[in-house]
Structure formats: structure tokens, C-alpha cells
Design a protein around this ligand. Structure first.
Ligand code: M6R
Length: 615
């Protein structure tokens, strides 16, 4: 993961780098640092913990508030991979106080390079893989190469996924950058240029952006940008205009971004709906672009919460369109020999559009000849740029590490896609589609109704906040919700939580039940509810504290439950297919309130980052 920023050609370069880093903390926040060339010396400031610690240190040490007056600076916010969280391991990493490098990704063959460099007399001060980069630059510059030549020699030595920026006091007006699998954008300014892990991090500085392609490297000066491909041939990469920064995204009066993002669902989901349903009932998804010519099997891959959305999508597409769907964890897909028999299209789902596992799965699918599609929130992200067809959730930036509004908006698109496929392949009639669209248009209102249950959920949270372990159950369509509820809870409250298909309890997990273990079940009347209630009864008789999130009918049947959250009744079977949308809200609120009760860092939980760009 990690975020890198660099500025060349502006007098307050270090200050601008810090501004950029503020927008990259979603990529990691366990330490941060900045290096700038000032008065012929390399100024290096690093600190452990969040960016605010670095900013305070800079203010304290450089009380003119402009930090140092340098026109070239690089910065980094870290998510540790190699080496613990410490100032020594924070970037920039340097060599001989002359070369500094910031890096996102992993240098896979660093051990061998490091041993060689140590034998040649270089001293390593960190446990990072990155430190080989500044020493390699130093070595090649010392032997007479300029920055561009040195960078090319470094690229020949290293293997892995990376995006890095290097600077050297010997070439005080140049930066060398390169990328392979990790993202890197160049912002083009007036007598100044900017580098960022994403375009958003530099869009307060310029709206003209160029993305490097895999294997590219570039020499950046304040008035020049020269980009080269992996064969060292100079190339022109497309310049695109991005939207100007409208100001920093704020919490808008909420305590946390996660809270804001949960509560804005009723107001942002209509944007997703209106993108894909026009004139009340015309579905705006181009099935030809999706690559579906016949009744093929659809492959969906994703990670984390986006994968759970895929699980719900599989259920819907098979149920509504009678099309077979295979889902696969993105981190597993390319490490098997997946058969594409009967498949013509793949769909990846990613909020950030940058998850490396998902990107790699996408590239693998492309190599296997599948047409590629994405449900993605961040436009112009790497996945968005690489797929044949993107379906945008359009719910605005999601800042909290826990996915909330992105999940419900991904579900909306999957449901609408299932209906479109149902029309084409399963004879779903226009009248029926009109009714379904009316249900979809009513969803934001239903989400708002669910949010009104916050006080009750808060009360339950207070009751179970000290549990050591919490079990989530669901069946059928609500099994993915059990997984999502457990993921949400564990990532922000640090309580051990597991989601199970209710029917699987008796095959092993029921051994976990003892007195007072909270068991949370999502349930709707779908004809199978009695079986699920029996599963719940089995947990109850072994001492579990039962929390039931269900419709009225189920709540009346499970009178033994200790806490009940009643969701609005679904009047018909088709409408009950939409239950995962509504159930997502109590799952999110429970996790949020339990985490709050325990005083954890809700928006930036330990060990995590919003965008996971390492394998
Ligand atoms: O940006 P993506 O949707 O590709 O991210 C995938 C997962 O990393 C993400 O959903 C993660 O599981 C969330 N933190 C869960 O809340």
C-alpha cells in the first residue's frame, strides 16, 4: 500500500507534499516522512504514527511554518510490509544523505540485492525492502551515471510490484520515477510538476494528469516530463483532465467518516439508481458491452466486502436471470489454473479500483480471453482504466476504512444487472420490470427507515461490547450478510467475529457456543425461515445470547431471542430478494457502535488501509 507524493518547481514544495499526503492516508497511516533538497543538503523529517505527528514535528522544527524553502520534495505515508513501524523504517529511505526514495509496493528480490550491497560496503539502517533502492541509485550515480541512467540500471536489478520516486543531491532539479503494477500519476503544472499515488492527491495543484503504464519510467524536471517504456523508448502517454478539487472532504458534523458514510446512504444511493434506471423503468446497462452474447457463465471476482457483494450478486443473477455465476476471491483466482469453459465475461467489483488482488485477477481473466467489466466507485482508478466496461457506483469518496455505502451501491448495480440479464435471458416481462424498478426506487426510503433504529442498535451494542467473540448467522441470500457483519465488526472493534451459514453450525462451529456468546442472525420469511429458527434455537439452548434481525413474522416465531430488531415486512417474494440492502444497515451500525463503545479508531483501524495495493 503506501502513498507517495512529489513536487518539483514550487518554492513551497515540502508544504505541497504534505497537503498531498493528507489525501493519501487512506493508503496507510502507520508512519510518514518527507525529504527535500534545500541549500545543497537533504532535509529529512520522519515520524511514527499518523501524518499529524509529522506535521507537528515539521512545525516545531521549522517554525516559519513553510517547513523548509525547497523547490523539490518527496513524501510518503506508510503501511508497513517489511520491518516494523518505526522512524527508521519510515520513508523516505536514504543513502549517504544524498539520495532519497519513497516507494509503494514490494521489492521481491531485495534480500539478494541487500547482501550484495552490504558486501560492497553499504550500510543498511532499516529492515525495509525499499532501502535497496537509494543504495542502488547511489552506487550507479557514483560510478558516473546521471539520474536517468542510474534509474534504468536500478530497474534492471529489481523485481516486484512498485511505484517509486527517487531524488539525488547530485541532480537537484530532477526526479526519477517508475511504476510496475502499483499506481502512479504525473500532474503537469506551469514550470512545475507533481507526482502522486493517485490523481486526487495532486488535484489541488493541477487538473492535467498523465498515468504511467506498467514498466514505464520517467525523468521529471520542473519544465519537462520525459516518459519511457520498458525498452527505454520515449513514449507519449495520454493527458487527461481531471476534476478540480472542491475542497477537502469533511465529516460534515459527524464524529467519524464511517458514521457519515452510513447515514448518507439514503441520499447517495439515488445517484447509483438514476445512473442505471432511466425514465422510471428503463435499464441502462449495455449487455453487449458486458460481453454476454449467449447464456454464458459469468465470473465475478473481488476482495473483502466487495466479494460479499459478489456473493449476493451470484444469488440474484442465478435466481432472476437463470444464468450460472462463478465467484472467486481475487487473491486466489490467478494462483489456480481456472477453467474459462463456458465463460465469456468477467466482472470485478472494487470500491477503490486499486486493490492489487482484484487488479491482478482482472489481468489474468483478460489474458484468458474474457471480456472485462468492473463495478467501481473511483473513476479513473487503475481498474477503471483497464477494463472494457465500467459501471460506476457514484456514491462519492468513501474515507472510512470500513466499506459501507460502497457495499449497498454495489448491491444496487448487481441487482439491476440481474434484472437486465433476466429480461434478456429469462423472459422477465416489461410489467414485472416496472414493478421491480418501483421497489428499487423505494429503497433509499427503506434505508432511511432502517437508520431510525439506531438507538435500539446502540443499546444492544452496549450490551455485547465486552464479548470476546461474536457469531453471525444467515441463510441463502443473507449468508453473505453474516460474513459482512462479522468482517465489519472485527475490522473496527477488534472483537473476534465469524460469519456462518446457519445450517453449517451443526457441522462444527456450534462447538464455539457457550454461555453469553452473542449470536446475531439475519432472517426473513422466505419459506426456509423455520429451519433457520431451529438453528438459532440450538444455539439458544447452549447458552448463547441471541440477537435477531428479522421481519415481523420471524420475530414472532423466535420469541426466545434476547434482542430483536424488526425490519419492514416484504410484501412479496420478489421484494424479499432486496433484504440484503436493508440488513446491511444494522450490520454497519452494530459494528460502528460497538467500536465506539470500545474506543477504537473507527476510521483508521489498526493494521489496515483503505486501499490494499499489495498482494
Ligand atoms: O476497494 P475494494 O472494494 O477493492 O476493497 C476490497 C477490500 O479491501 C475492502 O472491501 C475491505 O474488505 C473493507 N475494508 C471492508 O470493510
Amino acid at each position: 500500500m503506501c502513498g507517495v507524493v512529489a513536487v518539483i518547481g514550487k518554492q513551497n514544495a515540502s508544504q505541497l507534499v504534505v497537503e498531498g499526503l493528507k489525501k493519501l492516508e487512506y493508503r496507510g497511516y502507520d508512519s510518514a516522512g518527507i525529504a527535500a533538497a534545500y541549500n545543497g543538503t537533504l532535509q529529512l523529517v520522519k515520524s511514527e504514527g499518523k501524518l499529524v505527528n509529522l506535521i507537528n514535528k515539521l512545525k516545531k522544527e521549522f517554525n516559519d511554518k513553510l517547513y523548509f524553502k525547497a523547490s523539490i520534495a518527496i513524501g510518503h505515508t506508510r503501511w508497513a510490509t517489511h520491518g516494523n513501524i518505526s522512524v527508521e523504517n519510515a520513508h523516505p529511505l536514504t543513502s549517504e544523505n544524498k539520495v532519497a526514495v519513497v516507494h509503494n509496493g514490494i521489492i521481491e528480490n531485495y534480500e539478494a540485492i541487500k547482501n550484495k550491497l552490504i558486501a560492497e560496503g553499504y550500510t543498511f539502517r532499516s529492515q525495509t525492502d525499499t532501502e535497496v533502492l537509494p543504495h542502488l541509485f547511489m552506487k550507479y550515480i557514483r560510478s558516473g551515471n546521471n539520474l536517468l541512467q542510474a534509474g534504468r540500471l536500478v530497474l534492471r536489478d529489481i523485481k516486484g510490484a512498485f511505484a517509486f520516486v527517487a531524488m539525488s543531491l547530485d541532480f537537484p532539479n530532477e526526479l526519477f520515477i517508475s511504476r510496475n503494477s502499483s499506481p502512479l500519476a504525473i500532474g503537469l503544472g506551469e514550470k512545475s510538476n507533481f507526482i502522486g499515488s493517485d490523481a486526487h492527491s495532486i488535484n489541488h495543484l493541477t487538473q492535467r494528469v498523465m498515468y504511467l503504464e506498467d514498466g514505464d519510467h520517467a525523468l521529471i524536471k520542473s519544465e519537462d516530463v520525459n516518459v519511457f517504456n520498458a525498452n527505454d523508448e520515449e513514449v507519449n502517454r495520454k493527458i487527461i483532465n481531471i476534476k478540480a478539487e472542491i475542497g477537502l472532504i469533511t465529516k460534515g458534523g459527524y464524529r467519524h467518516f464511517m458514521e457519515k458514510e452510513i447515514f448518507e446512504q439514503p441520499s447517495v444511493i439515488p445517484q447509483t439508481i438514476s445512473t442505471f434506471i432511466k425514465n422510471q423503468s428503463e435499464i441502462n446497462i449495455d449487455l453487449n458491452k458486458l460481453g454476454f452474447k449467449h447464456k454464458n457463465t459469468l465470473l465475478i471476482t473481488a476482495a473483502g466486502t466487495s466479494y460479499y457483494a459478489a456473493m449476493v450478486g451470484k444469488y440474484w443473477i442465478e435466481h432472476i436471470a437463470d444464468l450460472p455465476v462463478i465467484i472467486d476471491l481475487a487473491s486466489e483466482y490467478r494462483y489456480r489454473k481456472p477453467s474459462v469453459f463456458g465463460q465469456s465475461a468477467m466482472l470485478v467489483i472494487s470500491q477503490s479500483g486499486e486493490s492489487l488482488d482484484t487488479l491482478m485477477a482482472l489481468r489474468h481473466g483478460k489474458k484468458l480471453g474474457l471480456s472485462t467489466n468492473a463495478i467501481v466507485n473511483v473513476e479513473d482508478s487503475t481498474i477503471d482504466r483497464e477494463v472494457d466496461y465500467s459501471l460506476y457506483t457514484r456514491v462519492g469518496a468513501e474515507i472510512g476504512v470500513a466499506s459501507t455505502k460502497s457495499f449497498t451501491s454495489q448491491l444496487i448495480i448487481l441487482f439491476i444487472m440481474a434484472v437486465a440479464l433476466g429480461k434478456k435471458f429469462n423472459n422477465l416481462k416489461t410489467n414485472h420490470i416496472k414493478n421491480i424498478c418501483a421497489y428499487i426506487h423505494a429503497l433509499p426510503g427503506a434505508l432511511a427507515q432502517m437508520l431510525n433504529m439506531e438507538n435500539k442498535i446502540k443499546f444492544i451494542s452496549q450490551n455485547i461490547k465486552n464479548a470476546k467473540s461474536i457469531i453471525f448467522l444467515g441463510r441463502g441470500l443473507l449468508y453473505p450478510l453474516a460474513l459482512e457483519g462479522a468482517l465489519k465488526l472485527k475490522e473496527i472493534s477488534y472483537i473476534h467475529a465469524e460469519g456462518f451459514a446457519a445450517g453449517e453450525m451443526k457441522h462444527g462451529p456450534i462447538a464455539l457456543i457457550e454461555d453469553e456468546v452473542p449470536v446475531i442472525m439475519f432472517l426473513v420469511s422466505d419459506g426456509n425461515e423455520d429451519k433457520a429458527i431451529s438453528n438459532l434455537q440450538e444455539a439458544h439452548s447452549r447458552g448463547a445470547k441471541i440477537i435477531l434481525i428479522a421481519d415481523k413474522n420471524c420475530i414472532e416465531k423466535a420469541i426466545f431471542a434476547h434482542f430483536k430488531i424488526e425490519i419492514p415486512n416484504f410484501q412479496d417474494d420478489f421484494k424479499s430478494l432486496l433484504s440484503p440492502f436493508l440488513m446491511a444497515i444494522p450490520a454497519q451500525l452494530l459494528a460502528y457502535h460497538i467500536a465506539n463503545e470500545r474506543g477504537t479508531d473507527v476510521d483508521q483501524p489498526r493494521n489496515l488501509a483503505k486501499s490494499v495495493t499489495v498482494e
